[in-house]
Design a protein around this ligand. Structure first.
Ligand SMILES: [Zn+2]
Length: 268
């Protein structure tokens, strides 16, 4: 358990991501933990993730919006701002539009902490990298008066370990390899992730993270995550890796008591 922290009800955190499910997979543990301690947790999600397989786009957009609302409820996210930028097109739409959306959310919600993807976009997803770049630009523009900015990544090898653990589960021999929430290559995760500076153990909140992931049924059902045992899922997905950005406020922030600093040059 983390050390006791003071009442955090005056604190707020904004997560900025590209698709429904990013918030749960990348940082569901931190979001659930912060919400449980009274932090006002908000999410800006820039697309509906409507270009996934298996459904007509408009219908999938509606389903994923509903899944996101369910996951947000599980994690304790109070405000969900779900925008309608086209899935898969974030690097190619006018960056000023994205910046205006992100800046608008920061101005309205006044977070002390913003969390988004690190520069590797979890697995080099172009939408994720665009969100990293635009969020960084907006926070940099706000200078020391802006929020503190933290980047989340998934370390190299973690998703390979997920696949290996899942392969212990009984599966039909003719079953094709299952994706990880739509991502086929487990080794893409974290292959170029910058070193984290903080590790958050979700601990008791790993269960909420798993429950939130299950809410994203169009992605979770048929994924390798579905084959994980509960203890393996908590062990492999319940540790989250963050890096403090060079831009933004340098103030001490409320998530630090939840986290273990990574020594410079150290691994995890
Ligand atoms: Zn995504």
């Amino acid at each position: 358990m983390p050390p006791p922290v003071e009442d955090l009800s005056a604190s707020s955190l904004l997560a900025v991501f590209a698709h429904p499910d990013d918030e749960s997979l990348a940082c569901g543990g931190l979001l659930a933990r912060c919400a449980a301690y009274g932090v006002r947790v908000s999410l800006l999600c820039l697309t509906h993730g409507e270009h996934g397989p298996g459904q007509e786009h408009e219908r999938l957009a509606d389903i994923r919006a509903s899944e996101l609302r369910d996951a947000a409820r599980v994690l304790g996210i109070r405000d969900v701002v779900l925008l309608e930028h086209e899935d898969g097109m974030l690097p190619w739409i006018d960056s000023l539009r994205l910046e205006a959306d992100i800046l608008g959310a920061i101005r309205r919600l006044q977070p002390q902490v913003v969390v988004t993807f690190d520069s590797d976009g979890l697995y080099w997803h172009p939408d994720h990298i665009a969100v990293h770049e635009q969020t960084t630009a907006v926070v940099a523009g706000l200078g020391s008066d802006g929020p503190s900015l933290f980047y989340v990544s998934i370390p190299a090898g973690r998703m390979r370990a997920v696949v290996d653990a899942a392969s212990k589960a009984p599966a039909r021999a003719d079953e094709p390899a299952r994706p990880i929430l739509g991502v086929a290559d487990a080794d893409a995760f974290g292959s170029m992730a910058p070193a984290p500076t903080l590790v958050v153990e979700a601990g008791d909140f790993a269960g909420k993270k798993l429950a939130a992931l299950r809410c994203h049924r169009t992605q979770y059902d048929g994924s390798v995550l579905q084959q994980l045992s509960e203890p393996d899922a908590a062990r492999l997905l319940g540790t989250e890796h963050y890096r403090r950005a060079e831009v933004g406020s340098r103030d001490e922030v409320f998530i630090e008591p939840f986290a273990t600093p990574v020594p410079v040059g150290g691994g995890t």
